[in-house]
Design a protein around this ligand. Sequence first.
Ligand code: 5GP
Ligand code: ZN
Length: 118
Amino acid sequence: MTDAWMDGCPFCRIVRGETDTRILYQDDLVTAFPDIRPIAPYHFLIVPNVHLESVNEVEPAHEAALGRMFSVARRLAEDYHVTHSGYRLIVNTGPHAGQSVFHLHMHFIAGRHMPFRA
Ligand code: 5GP
Ligand code: ZN
């Protein structure tokens, strides 16, 4: 991935604090923020701070960040009181899955019934 492309990556820009996106959580490994086009009352994105295009670029060195993404999902569920009502975590990868932003991200979706089942 070229530096020039990363400069334009919308999620890298959010991670670097270059936008007015509301940051829900950030640490040394991951950042969480609201999806700009929410499909549910609670629709957040959790991303590794490092630029990975998709799961296809994941290596063992990234496991700490990927594990942290799940810890943050649990934390968001508690913060927004959906631990028991439930939530869905989605990582779209590639064209068939409809991935549209090529910085790996986990959708956190909650607050309504989700009839579609994988
Ligand atoms: P994908 O389809 O790649 O899994 O999901 C990308 C998601 O990123 C979409 O739900 C879209 O609404 C969201 N998104 C795209 N650009 C931005 C942005 O600049 N800011 C935020 N907060 N969300 C974005
Ligand atoms: Zn990026």
